[in-house]
Write a protein that binds this ligand. Structure first.
Ligand code: PLP
Length: 325
């Protein structure tokens, strides 16, 4: 399963020390994993998932990819780039109404040649089935990638990422104690958890919740647990998972998805000014703020090694430019 991937990105992504920031928080050694440099039209965590989806779609003879996201979806932009690279037609369902001017990720998805359908209030793929039927009536063979790429196939991308991390840590003679990252549709979180267990790493995952809404009646924690059950069977992991293995860190998502507050702005400036690395206002800015808050409030073990997994999102800064002026 884990070797059913089609190489689309630049791997391994760099693992770097954040030396300047570590001086500001002298109780900890801070590191960053640069999935914002993973390739595919400005990178991000979805490249890892797409390597597995694209393999599967090509293997099974599909000619069209259909997926969904918010209007500024990084996942959709990376999917559009992957499709262009392998010659599949890309159809995107994006929430909201068609704007007069395209900007940020939406502009890039358009430039990458995706066919864009606007779906109003349905930003989590509610229309995937109906559009699939419509495309099939035009004789397309349609492969559906779920919202955010978060099913087990997508999660394999992050199981595989843990293997990559393990090899880097062993080369650098390092051990990580915590990994902070943004969790929003659950595939990254489930994949990291399965990977840490499969490859036997002793690292505490710190998934910062980005979107307080789940899927209908299901919380994101429950959706992640479902993926853990599926993955555990498929990968023969000897563990009995419970909701504690899937729990997100709440408290930074209360303003809702895509609402930029002083927290995200503070986090973006702190990392940009100290290390010259850019975050995004929706995901990584929020997650990085969550990490800084934990560092300040001494909630982590002293002298521990703390990794921030940078999941990308750069183009969204241009959409939110007014927030920063
Ligand atoms: C999609 C995304 C995430 C969240 O990953 P999930 O697997 O959907 O939880 C985090 N950061 C960025 C920049 C993303 O685009």
């Amino acid at each position: 399963m884990l070797n059913r991937k089609f190489t689309l990105g630049f791997f391994p992504t760099p693992l770097e020390a954040m030396e300047n920031l570590s001086k500001k928080y002298p109780d900890y050694n801070l590191f960053i994993k640069r999935d914002d440099n993973s390739g595919l039209a400005s990178g991000g965590n979805k490249v890892r998932k797409l390597q597995y989806f694209i393999y599967d779609a090509l293997d099974k003879g599909y000619d069209t990819i259909l997926t969904a996201g918010a209007q500024q979806s990084n996942h959709c932009r990376q999917t559009a780039a992957a499709c262009a690279k392998v010659g599949l037609q890309c159809n995107l369902l994006l929430g909201g109404e068609k704007p007069i001017n395209y900007n940020g990720n939406l502009l890039l998805s358009h430039l990458l040649g995706a066919n864009i359908h606007f779906t109003g209030d349905n930003r989590k793929g509610e229309n995937l089935e109906s559009i699939k039927v419509e495309l099939e009536s035009q004789n397309k063979k349609v492969y559906v990638v779920p919202y955010g790429g978060s099913n087990l196939i997508g999660a394999y991308g992050f199981v595989d990422a843990v293997k990559e991390l393990k090899e880097q840590l062993s080369t650098m003679n390092l051990k990580m104690d915590y990994i902070f990252f943004a969790s929003s549709s659950g595939g990254t979180q489930a994949g990291l958890k399965l990977g840490v267990d499969l490859y036997g790493l002793d690292i505490k995952l710190m998934p910062i919740s980005i979107d307080k809404l789940g899927y209908g009646d299901i919380t994101l924690d429950e959706a992640v647990l479902e993926l853990l059950f599926e993955g555990q069977k498929a990968l023969s992991i000897q563990k009995s998972y419970s909701i504690n293995d899937a729990t997100l860190i709440r408290g930074y998502d209360s303003q809702g998805y895509g609402v930029v507050t002083s927290n995200e702005k503070h986090a973006i400036k702190e990392l940009a000014h100290s290390e010259g690395v850019l975050l995004d206002p929706v995901y990584t800015g929020r997650a990085f703020y969550g990490m800084l808050d934990h560092l300040k409030n001494k909630e982590l073990r002293k002298n521990s090694n703390v990794l921030f997994w940078h999941t990308g999102g750069l183009p969204a800064n241009f959409y939110y430019s007014k927030e920063f002026m």
